[in-house]
Design a protein around this ligand. Structure first.
Ligand code: FES
Ligand code: FES
Length: 160
């Protein structure tokens, strides 16, 4: 068994301190240790985007990142993109545009579009498509996800 390393990480505005195996992925840490199962794991090799979370505000694939790499960082999962009990503007846009079917891919899309809306509130169609391009959805055909993205970036509603 490998030596455990101490990690202190801010997840959804709450500090956690744990001793973790250096090989533990951030996705496994979030889901299995912190019970934040909104982060979904699909491909486990960086292709599908379902496991996307924010680390210091930047979208990352949590299946490819080691939990120990987040020591001292701020992590936001899909559970943390909105105030408790409320939907964020991104989540509302998904709901209003019927941008999900089975919902497996949805947390990843929501997290990446949250980052885009925060960083580029007037992002172009090209930037929107480039953001969505990093995510796979087997159900929707992407059109309603695109509509949700356009609504988010159109200035309708708040931007978080
Ligand atoms: S599970 Fe991480 S990119 Fe697919
Ligand atoms: S809604 Fe089912 S995979 Fe996207």
């Amino acid at each position: 068994m490998s030596e455990l390393l101490p990690v202190r990480v801010l997840v959804n505005d709450e500090w956690y301190e744990d001793d973790l195996s250096p090989s533990r992925t951030l996705a496994d840490y979030l889901r299995d240790d912190l019970d934040l199962t909104g982060t979904h794991v699909g491909c486990e090799h960086g292709t599908c985007g379902a496991c996307t979370v924010l680390v210091d505000g930047e979208p990352v694939r949590s299946c490819l990142m080691l939990a120990v790499q987040t020591d001292g960082c701020a992590v936001t999962t899909v559970e943390g993109v909105s105030p408790a009990g409320e939907l964020s503007a991104v989540q509302r846009a998904f709901n209003e545009n019927h941008a999900m079917q089975c919902g497996f891919c949805t947390p990843g899309f929501v997290v990446s579009l949250t980052a885009l809306a925060r960083q580029e509130p007037r992002a172009s169609e090209e930037q929107l498509v480039a953001t969505l391009d990093g995510h796979l959805c087997r159900c929707t055909g992407y059109q309603n996800i695109l509509k949700a993205g356009r609504q988010i970036l159109s200035g309708e509603g708040d931007k978080e």
